[in-house]
Write a protein that binds this ligand. Structure first.
Ligand code: EPS
Length: 395
């Protein structure tokens, strides 16, 4: 097990916490870096009022001393500022009979498309708040915090991760992923787009589509693209099914709330493409390598291994299940037909999903790097990666 991480926390509970284990010693890491990444997740047109309440400042509780990782587990905490308004509803202590009788915001009518109904059945929660508090995408703030630690580690090895929005509702941005900015000082360009689109015309149309959905009490999904560059050749393996890197990437993205589809490179498009134009041909190298590619239809992975080309992942997000004009549902307490529960929410969280996707990919890649190169200190790993790059050039 090269890298593992856990999160805990309810959406309106006191805080989100995350622990990551396996990051080597000697990595420069500070809370300001993590906070910069966390703030990027909050951006995006279509988010609700909650984003104005939360600052998503990240506290490093353990695993770092004098600005460098110790090699021990790193523990992070993000306060839920909104908890102050929810401290009775989300109290940890047992309820008094009076408080139980006066409990507010009890959820008995599940939202179609949300975890409410099945979670309530599965965990015997009559009040489905017990489900939605944890099923909420608020938890992704913790995954971004942990993913930003992985990102910091990858940066030291020259590996960069970035993202953009490709589609919101029916509006598609047809720009190439090659135009995505990667360096921290360049990221602001796409972070400044209201919807993380590269093309300004598409961005304006996406904003208008979100506005229309909001006015109609509706929500919108979309497609995000996450790209990683600067990868060593040969992360992952063809040798056994559970070592294939695409599988890990798909798992990480499918584990993000509301994601219903994942593809690499041309992905589903390959189904309709003949073999003659579906693959990436090899050409004689330029001196630095024996072979080079001119296309990246595979999305950076062949046979479950990194090819050294950029990894290009796309994920499709369904529209959020909390509708201000709610769908038909049933009160599970009384059995009556009712409109689904309505709770303050976002209209569209696709731009946030793109930023979260960067962290998910960073976590998968950091684990793959650690598995291939091992090492207890950053220097040890960096030296092994450099040595491997030289080996690859000669093969
Ligand atoms: C969410 C509902 C909204 C979002 C929340 C995810 O929260 P609330 O019900 O408090 O308005 O704002 O996302 C975040 C708080 C966040 O930081 O991303 C949901 O139901 O998934």
């Amino acid at each position: 097990m090269s890298l593992r991480y856990l999160t805990a926390g309810e959406s309106h509970g006191r805080a989100l916490v995350g622990i990551i284990e396996g990051i080597p010693a000697g990595l420069a890491l500070d809370a300001a870096y993590l906070h910069r990444q966390a703030k990027r997740r909050k951006l995006g047109f279509g988010r609700g009022n909650r984003q104005n309440i939360e600052t998503d400042a990240i506290e490093i509780l353990a695993g770092v001393r004098f600005g460098r990782t110790l090699g021990s587990p790193i523990a992070l905490m993000i306060e839920n500022r909104d908890w102050r308004a929810w401290s009775e509803i989300m109290a940890v202590e047992p309820l008094s009979a009076e408080a139980e009788a006066n409990m507010r915001r009890v959820v008995t009518v599940p939202r179609p498309g949300h975890a409410d109904r099945i979670g309530g059945i599965k965990y015997a929660h009559g009040d489905m708040r017990n489900v939605l508090e944890r099923a909420s995408a608020r938890e992704t703030a913790a995954r971004v915090a942990l993913g930003s630690v992985a990102r910091r580690f990858l940066e030291e090895l020259g590996i960069r991760v970035a993202s953009r929005v490709v589609q919101i509702g029916e509006i598609v941005d047809r720009s190439s992923f090659d135009a995505i900015p990667f360096e921290e000082n360049e990221l602001e360009r796409i972070d400044a787009s209201p919807v993380r689109a590269l093309d300004e015309t598409a961005a304006a149309q996406m904003v208008a589509a979100i506005e229309r959905a909001k006015a109609a009490g509706d929500t919108l999904g979309g497609i995000v693209e996450v790209v990683a560059r600067g990868l060593p050749v040969g992360l992952g393996s063809y040798a056994h099914w559970d070592r294939r890197l695409e599988a890990e990437i798909a798992r990480a993205f499918m584990a993000l709330n509301a994601i219903k589809g994942v593809e690499l490179g041309l992905g589903f498009g390959l189904a309709a493409t003949p073999g003659s134009s579906a693959h990436d041909a090899f050409y004689p190298g330029d001196g630095a390598a024996k072979t080079v590619y001119r296309t990246n239809r595979a999305g950076g992975i062949d046979g479950g291994m990194t090819s050294g080309q950029p990894i290009v992942v796309r994920a499709a997000m369904k529209p959020l299940a909390t509708l201000m004009k709610p769908l038909d549902s049933v009160d599970l307490g009384t059995g009556e037909a009712k409109s689904a529960h309505v709770e303050r929410s976002d209209v569209c969280a696709v731009p946030a999903a793109a930023v979260i996707g960067e962290s998910l990919l960073a976590l998968v890649l950091a684990a793959a790097v650690l598995e291939k190169f091992g090492g207890d200190t950053l220097d040890e790993i960096a030296e092994r990666v450099r040595g491997w790059d030289a080996t690859v050039r000669a093969r």
